[in-house]
Design a protein around this ligand. Sequence first.
Ligand code: NAP
Length: 188
Amino acid sequence: MQIRARMSMSADGYVTTPNGWPALTADPAFVSGQSHGIREFLEGCEAALMGRTTFEPALTNNRWPWPDLDVFVLGSKRPDGTPDHVTVDNDAVRLLEKLRSVNRGGDVHLIGGPQTIGTFHALGALDTLELVLLPQLFGGGMHLTPALSPDAGLTFERERVLPGGSVEIVYSCRGSRSELPSKPVGQR
Ligand SMILES: NC(=O)c1ccc[n+]([C@@H]2O[C@H](COP(=O)([O-])OP(=O)(O)OC[C@H]3O[C@@H](n4cnc5c(N)ncnc54)[C@H](OP(=O)(O)O)[C@@H]3O)[C@@H](O)[C@H]2O)c1
């Protein structure tokens, strides 16, 4: 079982639109039906893991977004209307134990958002981080990075161009830690 995060991001580094929607929803190519590789990504997944903020909008969706996946939510309360089969826990370690105890060998899609990715990364539970870089500038929104430590230790695995001009970049989170310069480049 691998825990795999996949985040869409604007070219100026925002994972949400200025009004809080996932970045992908602003891409005309996605809205017109391109999947941006999500179908292939989900082929190996049996579970979806996310924070309560990312989960709650699904409760008012016309269509349940994860019909084929077990769903696990990190949050301090069980939102009203949460289906019985969804596991909610306020403790990330306990939620991971629950997830592992029912795992049948498939991967886990760590959907987000940034706070929850940061939480599982800090626990050493994140295996890969996939970024889908959109050919768009938002000028505002939420960043992935404040919740993800600069010493995340990403190791490049692969990239590919997606329809509509997006680029998928996959990093392993199990590699060596990245070294950031202690001073700005050019200063001695
Ligand atoms: N670009 C993309 O691909 C993408 C993907 C997913 C989401 N998003 C966007 O991300 C935004 C939400 O991100 P977010 O970071 O604000 O929220 P989030 O990670 O979805 O959820 C945050 C909530 O998760 C719980 N949580 C997180 N870490 C915890 C910990 N260590 N211990 C206990 N509970 C913890 C808390 O729930 P409680 O408050 O109940 O305690 C917290 O308020 C949304 O705007 C969404 O559209 C973007």
